[in-house]
Write a protein that binds this ligand. Structure first.
Ligand code: SER
Length: 313
């Protein structure tokens, strides 16, 4: 069962899970009906993860064995409505952990954390797995609290909940909404559509990023890993590549030489500056063999080509 199946990660994860487990064995759920594809290619249910009764009935009735809970309010949007974002991010996770604790059929849970769990007092380059964590955003606070709850349910109740701290995720199928790393998706769309982009992050702002196929493979590999190999029950650092708006610009210009960038930083600049520039994922690689295939150059070629096809440019 995938919760948040219409979102940036969910819409691609459902497709991959259906290849592995069979279309009929993967339930896509969301409060919204998804883009064409997910809903008509296999089982889909409109479901609000905040409704704990509807959730538990659904899980029992459909004999759900694994839950991927991806619904969340991202960093930028959460700053606009802090209390609502906190309630959505926390209550939904608690509903899932409780279902996993109570329903015996449920064997594994995946819940994403984020680089947002770190803050200005964290070392920003090669951020270690275990380090100072003083997030300054509502989103980051909710993810850090969530990590502690995951670890708690693992230790206290034996709930097999697995998690990674995603860096910024870049993809062309479904756009993210309201995140700080979203500029790195928007820049490709605007390059193809208009040949120019105004970045809401300043030149020189380095953040860790990951191309969606690597993120999806990593997520599924973690869920498939032998439980005995896992030593982290809060959330694993997940590396990719570190990049800045001007580095992406330079790569885009190899394909679109006239591409123009300008900078108009907004409130998300401060958020970005409190996050790591790169993360150390040695433990992740050692425990369950995480690896990536795409760097900025390879990803840029694919992003531009796919967005051109999608937007008929
Ligand atoms: N990509 C997310 C955001 O920017 C971070 O997890 O909010």
């Amino acid at each position: 069962m995938v919760i948040g199946a219409s979102g940036q990660i969910g819409s691609e994860l459902v497709v991959e899970l259906r290849k592995i487990y069979g279309t009929g064995n993967v339930w896509a759920t969301d409060i919204k009906t998804p883009r064409a594809g997910v809903a008509d290619e296999g089982p889909f249910q409109v479901l609000d993860v905040m409704d704990d009764k509807q959730l538990i009935h659904f899980v029992i009735r459909n004999k759900i064995t694994q839950i991927y809970h991806l619904a969340a309010v991202l960093s930028g949007n959460a700053e606009k409505l802090p209390i609502q974002a906190w309630n959505i991010n926390m209550d939904s996770l608690m509903n899932i952990l409780e279902v996993a604790r109570m329903v015996e059929d449920v064997k594994k849970v995946f819940w994403p954390s984020s680089i947002a769990v770190f803050g200005p007092t964290t070392p920003r380059v090669n951020t270690p797995q275990l380090t100072t964590m003083e997030p300054i955003t509502v989103y980051g606070i909710s993810k850090l609290a969530g990590e502690r709850w995951c670890d708690y349910y693992y230790n206290k109740y034996g709930v097999d909940v697995r998690s990674v701290r995603y860096p910024g995720l870049i993809s062309y199928k479904t756009e993210a909404g309201g995140g700080t790393t979203d500029y790195a998706v928007e820049i490709y769309y605007e390059a193809v559509r208009n040949g120019r982009y105004t970045s809401f992050l300043q030149e020189g702002t380095a953040l860790p990023m990951l191309f969606m196929p690597d993120a999806i493979k990593g997520t599924i590999d973690l869920m498939e890993a032998e439980r005995s190999k896992l030593t982290i029950h809060s959330s694993y650092n997940l590396g990719g590549f570190s990049t800045t708006p001007e580095q992406i610009t330079a790569e885009i210009r190899k394909h679109i030489p006239d591409f123009a960038i300008s900078y108009n930083p907004d409130f998300r600049q401060q958020i970005a500056e409190s996050w790591p520039q790169s993360v150390d994922d040695t433990v992740t690689r050692m425990d369950w063999g995480y690896e990536t295939k795409y760097d900025l150059e390879k990803m840029t070629g694919i992003m531009l080509e796919e967005i051109r096809k999608k937007t008929n440019h």
